[in-house]
Design a protein around this ligand. Sequence first.
Ligand SMILES: *[C@@H]1O[C@H](CO)[C@@H](O)[C@H](O)[C@H]1NC(C)=O
Ligand SMILES: *[C@@H]1O[C@H](CO)[C@@H](O)[C@H](O)[C@H]1NC(C)=O
Ligand SMILES: *[C@@H]1O[C@H](CO)[C@@H](O)[C@H](O)[C@H]1NC(C)=O
Length: 576
Amino acid sequence: MTYEKMFFIFFTKTMITIFFFLLCLGVSDGTRGISYEGRREGKWQFLLKSTGVVSMHMALTYKNTVIMFDQTGGGPSRYLLRKRFGGRRCSTRSRKDVVDSTCYAHSVEYDIRDNRVRPLWLDTDPWCSSGSFLSNGTLLQTGGGYGKGAKRVRFYRPCRKNQQCDWKQSKNDLTDERWYASTQTLSDDDRVIVVGGRTVFTYEFVPKMSHGEKSYNLPFLHQTNDKYAKGNNLYPFLHLSSDGNLFIFANRDSILLNPRQNKVIKTFPRIPGHGSRNYPSSGSSVLLPLDHRYNFQKVEVMVCGGAATGALRSAGKGKFIQGLRSCGRMVITGNKHKWDMEYMPQPRLLHNMLILPTNDILIINGATHGCAGYNNARNASLEPYLYNPNKRLGTRFTILKSTKIARMYHSSATLLPDGRVLIGGGNPHGRYTFHKVAYPTELRLQAFIPYYMNKRYHNFRPRNLTIESYGGGKIYGIVYEREFVVRFMVVKFGSINNNKIEFSAYAPPFTTHGLSMNQRMLKLRCKRMMKISGEWVSAVLEAPPSPHVAPAGYYLITVVNGGIPSMSEWIQFRHA
Ligand SMILES: *[C@@H]1O[C@H](CO)[C@@H](O)[C@H](O)[C@H]1NC(C)=O
Ligand SMILES: *[C@@H]1O[C@H](CO)[C@@H](O)[C@H](O)[C@H]1NC(C)=O
Ligand SMILES: *[C@@H]1O[C@H](CO)[C@@H](O)[C@H](O)[C@H]1NC(C)=O
């Protein structure tokens, strides 16, 4: 090899490294970039006149369907079946069948692309239950209702169109009845923890850690229980910290539990202010995005809204007290813990908190007065809020476009892979009630379309995303810490946000009662990035370091160009 040639190779290698390095920080084509000011309000899309079934619970699957379900004890829904669970026929001509609620669906599967629902069959009642996705994408649904449903474990294995997948009941029951319990996927492969429930001050694992294992007492649930207000600590907020420990928030207090040793290892300060945050006070909570720049070790929790002290009793007398306006943020890693408080534009309860691919928090649905429970809330919150966690205090909330449809008790919401947010449900009554009430049963399905889907950002929206293993080829799961490649097209590079192209991985939640169980957003590390040809860009990303940071399972990968996200694609993080 000649000296010139060697030099040339050295030179190109160095240049490529520098080139790659620069590009990972940001790609810019010199255009002026994106201006959003005053244009963040978004819009609403009407999808279906009726889902037939109240969407009290909602979960997006990796087959791009959304599972929705209600209680089975709420009488006939608006989705009449030809056959009952178990196969016996239902007749529209039989007066008995027409009022028999087993002749109606109580769960549906929504196909996002076709904008259609098909019925699913439930045997026992999953009313006010909890859910988590397993590493293979199967939904594990736990408890709900009272009586027969409360100890049940059900599976829903998502399928492609026309495969007619349905609910399956597990042979193994829970140890305790779990009504208004919460669940979180743990970092051990495919184990979830189910915490609390009405008058149940314990937690348990599914599957069990060992043969014959029962539930574990958790005095914290006793201590936070307000027995004169139906608990005020039900549906506790659970978040998996990136050290594998579990953050549990109930009423106004919170702890960190080591689930392997069954030991409370931290007690955090009480959140300031009055009122309560958990059911039936029904505020909401979110784990803020975990960032690779802190090696995912800065873990911060946010709690917003809830009901005032005495709200339940007052609602019983027809008086609806104003809810809480305050939000608290606290870093739960490290050893200094303090709630930093701030205020939403209006009081809010019964709302959802969803993390958008931009890493902003969307606060949507809910009411300003009263609390959870039948007919206990008034004054629907029709305007969503966008919360930017990184802005200066006092400038973080933006009020978005309002809807005309009230979504209060028993409503739900979830982010879709195309960037829209699906909104369903709402029913403050024990049965399907459409007339002579302040807030009728709500079966209409809507989507909220955030600003980033506006036409004016189309050229900034990365598109044609494909995910490949490093070295090429289609992949079936990405192993922790390994590199993988994301290829996409960008017409125009955004120069807002320091020219940044960012990458995120999102575990979609199981949502109900304002909770988004297992929701998790990770900002991934980009190792190298290059323009390949024309508008094509290729980026080498690093999978999260461990299942503590991201439990094994399906995640949505999104490329965010100067604040404008692509449509998302599914990948699976898995063990080697
Ligand atoms: C996923 O795992 C669960 C529990 O082991 C099992 O019941 C289910 O059938 C599996 N689903 C798929 C898609 O393999
Ligand atoms: C709540 O709604 C009622 C009736 O719809 C209205 O009279 C009242 O002004 C509202 N209160 C607030 C604080 O918005
Ligand atoms: C990119 O995706 C769009 C659909 O979103 C498709 O029409 C187009 O052909 C794709 N382009 C390439 C080069 O793959």
